[in-house]
Write a protein of this length. Structure first.
Length: 291
């Protein structure tokens, strides 16, 4: 029986996302697995894995908003911006009040320009930025536009600060802590990071990676349609399903779609394909899933 679906895994601290993928890959014979959003070894929490043909849908899960609970230590700095690097305690740094921290968090909310950390997976002339940093050649990466939907102070007892963050794909929470602290005349390192949600994939519904085994992993599979939640949908007739699965175009029905992509479902609600306009009157598949 072929495998096509998603796993909502709770990645433990101390391993890379690639190691989590490799562990799941060993659960089945010739199992194809991809992850939808890297978590650093310091971080734990929701890691959505796409299996089999559902790996074609990774990009849609990656673009979903993320939620985190992050813990920082103020008055400290690190080249990695977290406790994995060499931490230096600042001499006599200012101790901001909770009201000042809340105001700094508000200033970081919305669409902002964020400079990614030097220790990140961003590629610079074919090499990962963290690889260059480890070679003693840290890069000053260009700021990128990201959206921070919400930052709430969950707990503050200097020097420890805990925040709840909801943000767009591409946001570095480590750098949010850095920028918040620097706006108050100090610095910060991340000591704990938990991703609590990716879109509607929540940590409460995830399964601990160590609890997955050869006997139970199939029971945890989620349908591929979960990867396109939020995308506009169209229900296909049986004839249209057959055409799309063979790579053919179908006629665009009367009506207006606001997006440039449509999730095409069959009559039972299963994802068949991602469709895009081929002309004013035709739609064609760009990604097709097996029956």
């Amino acid at each position: 029986m072929s495998v096509c679906g998603l796993l909502n895994v709770n990645k433990p601290k101390g391993i890379t996302s690639r190691e989590a993928v490799d562990r799941v890959r060993r659960l089945g014979r010739r199992l194809k697995v991809g992850h939808a959003g890297t978590l650093d070894p310091l971080a734990s929490g929701v890691l959505v894995l796409c299996l089999g043909p559902a790996t074609r849908l990774v990009e849609y899960v990656q673009q979903m908003p993320k939620r985190y609970t992050a813990t920082f230590m103020l008055g400290r700095t690190s080249p990695t911006e977290d406790a994995e690097g060499e931490v230096t305690v600042l001499e006599a740094p200012p101790v901001p009040g909770e009201e000042a921290i809340a105001e700094a968090a508000r200033r970081l909310t919305g669409t902002i320009e964020q400079r990614p950390p030097a220790y990140s997976a961003i590629k610079v002339e074919g090499q990962r930025a963290y690889e260059l940093a480890r070679q003693g050649k840290p890069q000053e990466l260009q700021p990128r536009r990201v959206t921070v939907y919400r930052i709430e102070v969950r707990h503050y007892d200097y020097p420890e600060l805990k925040l709840d963050v909801e943000c767009s794909a591409g946001t570095y929470v480590r750098s949010l802590g850095r920028d918040l602290a620097r706006s108050l005349g100090t610095d910060a390192v991340t000591t704990r990071l938990v991703r609590t949600a990716v879109g509607r994939f929540t940590i409460e519904e995830s399964i601990d990676l160590e609890h997955l085994n050869r006997q139970n992993w199939r029971e945890q599979l989620l349908p591929p349609v979960r990867a396109v939640e939020g995308m506009e949908t169209v229900i296909l007739s049986d004839r249209e399903v057959a055409r799309v699965r063979s790579g053919q175009v179908i006629r665009r029905r009367p009506g207006t779609w606001k997006s440039d992509k449509l999730a095409a479902l069959d009559r039972t609600g299963q994802l068949v394909a991602i469709l895009v306009p081929r002309s004013d009157s035709l739609l064609g598949p760009v990604k097709v899933l097996p029956a």
